[in-house]
Write a protein that binds this ligand. Structure first.
Ligand code: NAI
Length: 335
């Protein structure tokens, strides 16, 4: 079956890793027609907006998008395209598997954590105001509806993927109402999923567990900000931002993207690691039920990282983006 997918190459290293990902998908035999639309800082210079309306229309029509990173200027100016996409398309669940690859930073060989991050509210709801000069306020918005659907998603994901435990990460000892609502809802939802063991941990203790004993963690469900921070911590455990993928899933659409940003420090040098976006595309293939194509790329990644010890410079190797992608595509062809 052929699929039409919206492709947003993005800013900085985005077009480089998007090209590599298209090559890997082509080598896998997946039949994809790309509808390319860009968004982000470079588009804003020509169009006066970081998110032209046809981008959202295309994703709404195709229901699936692959997205490169998009730069967000810090401070005043444009609202983050990433946050806007998640809110406009109600992509409420951000799934980030933190998995080690053979021989890469084997701090905890076999690390396999999945972070399910609520993607639409919390401190990222964009509710900020200056109360008076010198006093700013950000509102942490937590609703029972969003807590319930993200907890349901996490438990259903755990059941579907044969995982054992879902741990809620919170700070309800301090934020008794907002994080308390998440914790209380989690306990209710857990009762409907008796096959999965529920567990609870405070976010600071969880950060220590990541570093001390990551292999004890299984599926994590948490709020937007904690999930954002823990994802980068997890990425650091398994080799850095160059390899960790992600998926933004809603009821009507899904946008697949790496955890990393546009990496302006290495953009245009041809040395970015495309693995994170390629692994995000593998998640997309499974979402499209193209399991065989996805499994081929997974086997090829195990091979190039394992037997071939292929590494881009972020992982201490010497390969360029193109050389790494060449090796991967050759491996996909025989995987
Ligand atoms: P970043 O993730 O772009 O870079 C952090 C460090 O990791 C840099 O040293 C970079 O060279 C390295 N790195 C990241 N991805 C890499 C890859 N694939 N291969 C090799 N090295 C890689 O984070 P930073 O610098 O904080 O953000 C840059 C811009 O990206 C900002 O405008 C930020 O808002 C945006 N951003 C966008 C995201 C998205 O579109 N989902 C996510 C995170 C940040």
């Amino acid at each position: 079956m052929s699929h039409t997918i919206t492709l947003i190459p993005g800013d900085g290293i985005g077009p480089e890793v998007a090209d590599a990902t298209k090559r890997a998908l082509q080598a896998s035999g997946a039949r994809i027609t790309w509808e390319v639309h860009n968004a982000g800082a470079e588009v804003a210079e020509q169009r006066g907006t970081t998110l032209p309306p046809e981008v959202l229309e295309s994703i709404r029509r195709n229901k699936v998008a692959l997205k490169g990173p998009i730069g967000t200027p810090i401070g005043k100016g444009f609202k983050s395209v990433n946050v806007t996409l998640r809110q406009e398309l109600d992509l409420y669940s951000n799934v980030r598997p933190i998995r080690s690859l053979p021989g890469v930073e084997p701090r905890f060989e076999g690390t396999d954590i999945v972070i399910v991050r609520e993607n639409t509210e919390d401190l990222y709801a964009g509710l900020e105001l200056m109360i008076m000069p010198g006093v700013a306020q950000s509102i942490k918005l937590i609703t029972e509806k969003c807590c319930r659907r993200i907890c349901e998603y996490a438990f259903q994901y755990a059941e579907r993927m044969n995982r054992k435990r879902v741990t809620v990460v919170h700070k309800a000892n301090i934020m008794k109402l907002s994080d308390g609502l998440l914790l209380e809802t989690f306990r209710q939802v857990a009762q409907g999923h008796p096959r999965i063991e529920p567990a609870e941990v405070i976010v600071d203790a969880c950060a220590m567990q990541f570093v001390r004993n990551a292999n004890k963690l299984d599926v994590i469900v948490t709020e937007n900000l904690y999930g954002d921070i823990l994802s980068d911590l997890g990425a650091g455990l398994v080799g850095g931002l160059g390899i960790v993928p992600g998926a933004n899933i809603g009821s009507d659409a899904a946008v697949f993207e790496a955890v990393h940003g546009s990496a302006p420090d290495i953009a245009g040098k041809g040395i970015a690691n495309p693995t994170a976006l390629i692994q995000s595309a593998v998640m997309m293939l499974h979402h499209l039920k193209e399991h065989e194509a996805g499994a081929k790329i997974e086997r090829a990644l195990q091979h190039v990282y394992g037997e071939q010890a292929a590494r881009t410079t972020d992982l201490g190797g010497t390969l360029t983006t193109k050389q790494f992608t060449d090796a991967l595509c050759n491996a996909i062809a025989v995987a």
